[in-house]
Write a protein that binds this ligand. Structure first.
Ligand code: PEP
Ligand code: MN
Length: 360
């Protein structure tokens, strides 16, 4: 992708004084449900009304969407409220129907981005469209696959492009439904600073109570917008009930979020600094998490040593670790003195953990 500046023309042309907001239910359920939510959102910051019509579900037997009928409801949303519309497309037929119904923004879901065949089929069906097309990250943490999806659309002459960060699947249970792995979109931003980047806190969180914080982190990282699942009766939603918020909650959240605008050089400086500081915070958080994991393994080693009555300190092993880390440190531009101090600290903490176990 060469001229990435043109990719954000659609967004710049909107001249927004707030982040782009895409909101609406996970799924279109009934005409009345869709219209109720849209009317509650029509005088807010919301720019695009979303609703899933064809729903990719992890397991069969769940609600799989109302299908093409829902496109008519989205048209009604537009004519009654003036809100532009957005839906997910996952094959050439979806694209054909969505274009016929003049849906303004189409997104490719996380389960589709993983498949180059599907993305290519969608790209071919959309070839040359001036609709906005957003690519969600693939479910697995693979930046190359995500970029591949964007490139397929770009090559199909689709120039109103952007990406949606919705987090990544993990086998391990975390506090998130989909782990944000913020370093991946940060890397994408560094490589393609002009590509509009939108955060979907709903699928990252999987629960209502941390949506606000995820939005704030995204804005602190200079994201261009938010896609938030919004339902008038979240608890009774037919899909993703736990993570949807109500229209009044969304409206209040948009007021409470700290939104930074780069209006002058001073603000631009603060903006850049704030973005980098948030990047540092994300990395520091990961360092602490990794250290916590390392100590848990140490605890297990302690228990094993205890069962065999073996001494905690194994000098040979410790020297090997230190040597190896000093070499890896060099490759990452980190001084020998720093690595040596860092690992002495880690090693000491590890010994303390094992001692506690052995003496318990
Ligand atoms: C959705 O937006 O409702 C959806 C299915 O998202 P994802 O593709 O991120 O799972
Ligand atoms: Mn959903």
């Amino acid at each position: 992708m060469k001229n990435t500046k043109e990719l954000r023309t659609w967004l710049d042309d909107m001249n927004l004084d707030h982040p782009l907001v895409v909101a609406g239910p996970c799924s279109a359920e009934t005409e009345a449900q869709v219209l109720n939510i849209a009317h509650q959102l029509k005088d807010s910051d919301v720019n695009y009304f979303r609703a899933g019509i064809w729903k990719p579900r992890t397991r069969p037997g769940n609600f799989e969407g109302v299908g093409a009928l829902g496109l008519k409801w989205l048209q009604k949303v537009k004519s009654e409220t003036g809100l532009k519309t957005a839906t997910e497309v996952a094959n050439a037929n979806h694209v054909k129907l969505a274009l016929e119904h003049d849906i303004d923004l189409l997104w490719i879901g996380a389960r589709s981005t993983v498949s180059p065949f599907i993305v290519q089929e969608i790209a071919d069906a959309l070839n040359g469209t001036d609709k906005i097309v957003l690519v969600k990250n693939p479910v697995n943490p693979d930046l190359a696959l995500w970029l591949g999806g964007i490139e397929r659309l770009y090559t199909a002459n689709i120039k109103n492009l952007g990406v949606i960060h919705r987090g990544f699947s993990t086998y391990e249970k975390t506090r998130y439904r989909n782990n944000p792995e913020w370093q991946i979109p940060i890397e994408l931003q560094n490589r393609f600073p002009d590509l509009p980047l939108i955060c979907d806190p709903s699928h990252i969180a999987g629960r209502r109570d941390i949506i606000f914080d995820i939005c704030q982190t995204a804005l602190d990282l200079n994201y261009d917008g938010l896609m938030v699942e919004t339902h008038f009766d979240p608890d009774n939603a037919w899909s993703d009930a736990k993570q949807q918020i109500t229209p009044p909650f969304l409206i209040q959240m948009m007021e409470d979020l700290k939104i930074r605008k780069a209006t002058d050089t001073e603000a631009a400086y603060k903006n850049a600094l704030n973005t980098m500081r948030t990047q540092i915070d994300v990395i520091d958080h990961q360092i602490i998490e990794m250290l916590g994991k390392r100590m848990k393994v140490s605890d297990k080693i302690g228990a094993l040593k205890k069962s065999k009555n073996v001494a905690i300190l194994q000098v040979k092993r410790w020297n090997e670790i230190l040597e190896k880390m000093i070499l890896e440190g060099k490759e990452n531009n980190l001084s020998q003195a720093f690595i040596s101090n860092l690992f002495k600290g880690i090693h000491q903490e590890s010994i303390n953990h094992q001692e506690k176990i052995i003496n318990s």
